[in-house]
Design a protein around this ligand. Sequence first.
Ligand code: HEC
Length: 145
Amino acid sequence: MKIKIIGAVLMVFTFNQSLLAMDMGMMQEDDNRQSLGIKGTMQGTHQLSNMREHLIALSEIVQLMNTAKYDEASKIASEKLGLTLEKNTMCGSFNNKSFEEMGVRFHKSADDLAQTLKTKDQKKSMVALEKVLNGCVLCHSTFKQ
Ligand code: HEC
């Protein structure tokens, strides 16, 4: 009986320790991201609002793909996520070459997605969408405001 209790206590203790380690791991990862130095600035607010629009665009694209409205999905990919002069300027406005390159590459992958969607090929479109999503993930794990 006593041994069982000690066993249970030990298990809880080890579990907590590993949770703590996980927490620290995450914090570490957070600290390792490069800061753009725009937290709390107007530029930062603007960036976050753009980002929320990116997420809305993705959601719309997936929804349209699921109802086989490929041309509409293509239009959104191109207009909301594709590379425009405005987006090019925006990506370059953070004084960070690597951020700029990542951003431009991401917008280009959205243009590829727009082209692929026009073929109405679901499989190819999903692969192109995966590349776009990888662009979101890569930048978010590299940079913070
Ligand atoms: C080139 C870089 C880059 C790319 C590409 C990128 N983001 Fe972001 N995003 C950021 C940065 C930087 C932040 C701020 C994160 C922080 O400070 O923790 C952010 C924040 C966000 C937020 C939080 C918004 C808020 O109101 O807090 C969302 C949502 C988001 N991004 C969605 C996306 C989506 C979806 C994509 C891809 C379709 C994407 N982003 C692509 C750089 C990028």
